[in-house]
Design a protein around this ligand. Structure first.
Ligand SMILES: [Mg+2]
Length: 245
């Protein structure tokens, strides 16, 4: 990949030159980057509600989505722990809809269903098949250990990755520098210039990559305009990753 670098100084006009970017290592997000998480979540919630004899209605879904999104944002900003997130999401849902069920037990059941309802976006397998022959691949994901690992097992994806880093197991998540410090101390590559993070989230993947001082590639599947952060690269589909490397 050729990248244009511009040097600016007060005394001279800007000088641009091409640098050959030679990445050895890709840190890849899982949810909504490889896995169609929104679809898996909906299927898992439906199965879990069915198992306790209730229907998963659009109203429940909409409320859960809103609460879940807010809690994940609070987690990324360091306001709550992952444990608090997991407890609060179903507490809030059950309180709003007056559902008499044990939220902790429900959460355990939901995580089991989430592990089995894994769906990949199209083009992911072909892309990983190409990438793992040329780069060291690692997963960097905010999530619960067993359900994340179960999905990699279900889809036989582990063979592509040198390691899988999950925020619950590390005790800190993206976008915090501590998460990336842990990752850097457990991967082969020592030169940050050779590491690229790829993910769909500006607030965790791109912010995290910038906090950690590595190059960033934003998977902007929804083609959103005017992002709050400027990634080094932007792609609309995971299959485009090959083209920028
Ligand atoms: Mg994601």
């Amino acid at each position: 990949m050729i990248k244009k670098v511009t040097i600016r100084s007060c005394f001279l006009p800007p000088i641009s030159y091409d640098v050959f970017m030679n990445y050895s290592t890709l840190l890849i997000d899982a949810d909504n980057t490889l896995f169609n998480f929104d679809l898996s979540q909906e299927k898992a919630l439906k199965s879990t509600f069915e198992e306790i004899g209730l229907a998963y209605t659009p109203a429940l879904h909409q409320f859960y989505e809103t609460v879940s999104r807010r809690l994940w944002s609070d987690y990324e900003e360091g306001h709550i722990t992952l444990g608090e997130l997991v407890r609060r999401r179903f507490d809030a849902l059950f309180e709003e809809f007056d559902i008499r069920a044990d939220s902790a037990a429900f959460n355990d059941l939901y995580l089991i269903h989430l592990g089995t309802h894994a769906t990949l976006f199209s083009g992911v397998m072909e892309t990983l098949d190409y990438l793992y022959k040329h780069y060291q691949l690692y997963i960097v994901t905010n999530g619960i250990g067993p359900s994340q690992r179960a999905r990699f097992d279900t889809l036989h994806l582990k063979r592509y990755f040198a390691d899988i880093f999950i925020s619950e197991e590390i005790g800190i998540g993206k976008p915090h520098k501590g998460f990336f410090d842990y990752v850097f101390s457990h991967i082969e590559e020592r030169d940050k210039m050779k590491i690229l993070i790829v993910g769909d989230s500006l607030s965790s993947d791109i912010r995290g990559g910038k906090n950690a001082g590595i190059a960033t590639c934003w998977l902007n599947r929804q083609r959103l305009k005017n992002p709050s952060l400027k990634p080094d690269y932007e792609i609309y589909d995971i299959t485009e990753l090959k083209n920028i490397l």
